[in-house]
Unconditional design. Structure first.
Length: 563
C-alpha cells in the first residue's frame, strides 16, 4: 500500500484502480455472489461500509461497457480464476443509485427518481437508433424525462431491461444501491404510505415480473419488512447483519486493518485502533472495521477522531431516542454506561411501528451499526439478543448527540444545575431546574405524535441522559432499577467511594386533573424513598448514610420543586 494514496471520497472502482488509490481486495465477493446464484440478493450493511464501491466493482466486472478492461482486475483474487476471467465484460448491466433521493415531499421524491431513470435512458440512447425499437417504443423511450408520472417510472427499469436484452441478446444484471435512502426520508417527512405503494410497484416490476433479468443485487442500510415494499418478491435472498453470507466482503477484517497499518508505518497503533474502531459483527465473523474510519485514520497519519459519525446526519436515530419512551432512554443510559441490553428483536424494520414498538428501535440501531450483537439465544417463539454499543467511536457519537439536546441557553442552565447538585445547593438546583424545564421540555415532548399523548417522563429521562454525558467519567448513572423494596427513578454512584452519591425520585402532577400542591408531592417522593429503602444498594456497596443525598422532584407542567 502506498500511504500517500489512502485517499477519501472514492466510490468508483475504475477510478480507484486507474489512479492506484489504496484498495483492499474484495473481488472474492464477485465469485461468491455469482456462485450462490440467487436470483435477487438484498445485502444490508451500515453506511460507509463499501456497499457503493462493491457495487461499482460488480458493474466493472460484468458490464460489457468494461469489456477488455482486464487491467482493472489483474493482481486481484478474482483474476486468478480462469472461469471468471472469461465472463468479465460480457453482460448488459443497469446500475442505479438512490443515495441522493432525499425529499421532504412525495412529489419531490418521485421527481428525483424520474431524474435517475431519465439519466439511465440518456446514457443508453443508442438503443433508439436503427430498427430495434418500433415507432411506439421509440416514442415511449423519448418520453422518459425528469417529471414523468409515477406510473411510467415504476415500469421504466423493466422496459429498459427489455430493450437491452433485445439489443445485446443476453439477460440483464440490475444493480440498485442505497435502495432504502428515500424510504428513511419518507418516514421522517410523513409520506411513508405513499412511498410504500410506489416502491412496491417499482420493485415488483423490476425484480419479480421481469423475464429479462439475469441477476439482481440490491444494497442498503436497513432490511425493510417484506410486507412493506417487497410484497410478492419470494425470489429475494436477504443477507442482513446476522447472516454469514458475504460476512467479510463489506468492511475490513482485523487482519486487513493491521496489515494496512503496518504498510502505513502505523503498526504500533493497532491496539488503540482496535479500541476505537473495532466491534462490528456480521454473522459469526467478529472484528470487522468501518472502512471510512480506517482510511481516514491512515490519511490523517494516525490522528484519532470519530470519523464515521461525521459522514452523514443521524436525524432518524436522533429522533427515535429523543422522542422515545422512558424505557428507551433508560436502556440508552445503560448502554452508554457499558451495560448490555437484552431484548427480543426482529431484524426486519417495520417503519410504521417505530413510534410504538421499542424492539423496532433496537432493530434499526443494530442495522445502522450503532449496536453490535454479543450473543443470540433462539427459542421456538422468538430470538433474544444481547446488544452493546459497537465501539468508542459510536459512544462518542451518542454523547455528542445528547449534548446537542441541551445546547444554547438551556445547556448553560443545565451545567449550572449539575454544579449546584454537586455542591448541595438546593436553592440553585430549584432555580436552574425550572429554567431547564421551561426551555427544554418542548423538545422532549415533540415529534410525530401529538404532545398530549407523550409520556411526561420522557423529559425527565432525557434530562438523565444528558447528565450521563457530563458525569460518566466520574459517576455511574442508573435509572429504573430495583433497590430495597422498589425501583428508584435515578441513582448516581461515584466511581470514587469517598464522594457523594445521589438518589432521585420524580413525582408528576397532572396540572389539568390534580389539585395537589408541589410541596405535598415532594413530601410523597421522600416518603417513597425512605419506605422502600432505595439507599440499600449504595450501603451494600460501602457508602455511608452521610454520603447519600436523597432528592425528590415534584413536577407540575413546567414547574418544578426539588428538596
Amino acid at each position: 500500500m502506498n500511504e500517500n494514496k489512502a485517499a477519501l471520497g472514492y466510490q468508483s472502482f475504475e477510478e480507484i484502480r486507474s489512479n492506484q488509490i489504496f484498495y483492499i481486495d474484495k473481488t472474492d465477493f464477485i465469485k461468491q455472489w455469482w456462485e450462490f446464484a440467487d436470483k435477487v440478493t438484498l445485502i444490508t450493511r451500515p453506511r460507509r461500509f463499501g456497499k457503493t464501491l462493491n457495487m461499482s466493482m460488480v458493474e466493472c466486472f460484468f458490464s460489457n461497457k468494461y469489456a477488455g478492461r482486464s487491467e482493472l482486475f489483474e493482481g486481484l483474487s478474482i483474476w486468478r480464476n480462469k472461469t471468471f476471467t472469461e465472463i468479465q465484460g460480457t453482460f448488459p448491466v443497469i446500475f442505479l443509485s438512490f443515495a441522493n433521493i432525499k425529499a421532504a415531499k412525495y412529489s419531490d421524491m418521485v421527481y428525483k427518481i424520474s431524474k435517475v431513470i431519465a439519466d439511465l435512458y440518456n446514457s443508453n440512447d443508442f438503443l433508439v437508433d436503427g430498427d430495434l425499437l418500433n415507432d411506439n417504443e421509440k416514442e415511449y423511450y423519448k418520453s422518459i424525462k425528469p417529471g414523468i408520472g409515477e406510473e411510467v417510472v415504476t415500469d421504466s427499469i423493466h422496459s429498459m431491461a427489455n430493450f437491452m436484452k433485445r439489443y445485446f441478446g443476453k439477460d440483464v444484471i440490475i444493480l440498485l444501491d442505497e435502495y432504502d435512502t428515500p424510504m428513511h426520508e419518507a418516514w421522517l417527512s410523513g409520506y411513508w404510505n405513499k412511498a410504500v405503494r410506489f416502491f412496491g410497484n417499482l420493485f415488483h416490476a423490476t425484480f419479480k415480473t421481469n423475464p429479462f433479468l439475469e441477476r439482481g443485487l440490491i444494497t442498503g442500510v436497513t432490511r425493510i419488512a417484506k410486507e412493506s415494499i417487497f410484497t410478492g418478491l419470494n425470489n429475494i435472498e436477504v443477507v442482513a447483519a446476522t447472516s454469514d453470507k458475504y460476512a467479510d466482503c463489506f468492511g475490513f477484517t482485523q487482519q486487513e486493518v493491521f496489515s494496512a497499518l503496518d504498510s502505513a508505518g502505523l503498526g504500533g497503533e493497532a491496539q488503540e485502533v482496535q479500541k476505537w474502531y473495532d466491534g462490528f459483527t456480521f454473522g459469526t465473523h467478529k472484528d470487522i472495521y468501518n472502512p471510512w474510519s480506517i482510511v481516514s485514520f491512515i490519511n490523517k497519519k494516525g490522528v484519532y477522531e470519530a470519523y464515521w459519525i461525521n459522514t452523514s446526519e443521524n436525524g432518524l436515530v436522533n429522533s427515535l431516542i429523543q422522542e422515545g419512551s422512558a424505557s428507551v432512554k433508560s436502556k440508552m443510559e445503560g448502554l452508554l454506561a457499558g451495560v448490555p441490553l437484552c431484548t427480543a428483536m426482529d431484524e426486519r424494520i417495520v417503519f410504521d411501528q417505530l413510534d410504538d414498538d421499542e424492539q423496532a428501535i433496537w432493530s434499526l440501531l443494530l442495522a445502522t451499526g450503532y449496536l453490535k450483537i454479543e450473543s443470540i439465544i433462539h427459542s421456538e417463539e422468538e430470538a433474544l439478543y444481547t446488544l452493546m454499543l459497537t465501539n468508542l467511536e459510536v459512544k462518542i457519537m451518542f454523547r455528542k448527540m445528547i449534548k446537542n439536546w441541551f445546547k444554547g441557553t438551556s445547556r448553560v442552565y443545565y451545567n449550572e444545575f449539575i454544579n449546584a447538585l454537586l455542591s448541595d445547593n438546593v436553592r440553585k438546583m430549584n432555580t436552574f431546574m425550572n429554567k431547564v424545564a421551561l426551555n427544554t421540555f418542548s423538545s422532549f415532548d415533540s415529534g410525530s405524535k401529538p404532545s398530549s399523548q407523550a409520556e411526561p417522563e420522557r423529559f425527565y429521562h432525557g434530562f438523565v441522559l444528558g447528565m450521563v454525558v457530563d458525569l460518566s467519567d466520574k459517576y455511574t448513572v442508573l435509572s429504573n432499577r430495583e433497590s430495597g423494596y422498589g425501583r428508584y427513578d435515578v441513582m448516581i454512584k461515584p466511581h470514587d467511594k469517598a464522594e457523594k452519591a445521589f438518589i432521585f425520585e420524580f413525582k408528576v402532577i397532572d396540572p389539568d386533573e390534580d389539585e395537589d400542591v408541589l410541596e405535598d408531592t415532594l413530601a410523597n417522593a421522600h416518603t417513597q424513598i425512605e419506605n422502600r429503602q432505595y439507599e440499600m444498594e449504595l450501603i451494600d456497596e460501602g457508602f455511608s448514610p452521610g454520603q447519600i443525598r436523597k432528592y425528590g422532584f415534584a413536577f407540575k407542567g413546567k414547574e418544578c420543586l426539588i428538596g
